[in-house]
Design a protein around this ligand. Sequence first.
Ligand SMILES: NC(=O)c1ccc[n+]([C@@H]2O[C@H](COP(=O)([O-])OP(=O)(O)OC[C@H]3O[C@@H](n4cnc5c(N)ncnc54)[C@H](OP(=O)(O)O)[C@@H]3O)[C@@H](O)[C@H]2O)c1
Length: 329
Amino acid sequence: MQTTANTLKAWSVTRYGGPETLAPVTRPMPVPQANEVLIRVRASAVTRADGMMRSGTPRFARLFLGLGRPRHDLAGTCLSGEVIATGSAVTRFAVGDEVFGASGLNFSANASHICLDQDGVLLKKPEVLSHEEAAVMGDGAVTSYNFLHEVAELRAGQKVLILGAAGSLGTAAVQIAAAMGAEVTGTCSTRNAGMVASLGADHVIDYAEQDFADGTERYDVIYDTLGVSSFRHARRALTRTGRYVCPVLSLPLLFAALRTSMFGTRKARFSATGMLKPDVQRAMIGRLIDLAQAFKFTPIMDRSYPLDQLIEAHRYVDGGHKKGNVVVI
Ligand SMILES: NC(=O)c1ccc[n+]([C@@H]2O[C@H](COP(=O)([O-])OP(=O)(O)OC[C@H]3O[C@@H](n4cnc5c(N)ncnc54)[C@H](OP(=O)(O)O)[C@@H]3O)[C@@H](O)[C@H]2O)c1
């Protein structure tokens, strides 16, 4: 993939399918609109959500993504890089600033360059984060911050169970919950138990050996980062006013959230973090930066691929066994 001063390199996805539906493309270099900055991308995330958007699953997500084919044809949602041009009305950023953020449903982040609105999910990159680490902040970190602080309303001293503690959302959640002063239990496989404990989990459950709901332990919050359980199954491991929160939307979760919003003391909740207003997401990421600067949070990085190998990166992420986060650079 060659780029010149007048072109950018990116990856198109013009139909729903497997990683091989991704195709390298060159496009004319965009000129930033008045409120936009042009960013030279140094690293961009490859996430589970990117794979789901590429494949158009679950199918009801196509209502937002495009019914017959993706409405936006360039892949990628989270990135970090350097501002190389600004529009006439830009005041928050200047050429040379190192920045990171998310393009959301405008996609196009797995590219050499991208234009983003200065009022979108875009922040100056702190020194404490590398470009690779900053690129993934818009995925697991901000999602788990939203779910633990806002959706579950976790408080210091409470017991939280994190299902999928070794993934992108899970590794962030363990650190955030520990920083909040909660008693943290995480589920993962044996090979990831040491990592999850080192991130701040007080207890680790091997999901292949033990069903978390079979024991006598009761949790104030169960955060099912992968949608591997259900409210119906998890409710017996919840305290009387416990909350089951899950970022993976399904019809059973939707019905459970609706039903428990009206009846019962145990609640099921969902949120689409990327749909929150940009200023809300920026504020959450700002608090994560504070945690990173206090050495209480760091994005966990698994693999880094060259941008040219986005297909291989998608294959790895689709496998469902990454530890933390994957980027292309
Ligand atoms: N609603 C929102 O706001 C929002 C935002 C972002 C993402 N999401 C969604 O969140 C989900 C999670 O994404 P992610 O990136 O965190 O996943 P991920 O990183 O791909 O998760 C991989 C990890 O899950 C572990 N795992 C697999 N099966 C497990 C099980 N049954 N129990 C416990 N751990 C298990 C694997 O460990 P082993 O290799 O040891 O099996 C691996 O370490 C995705 O579906 C994504 O679309 C939602």
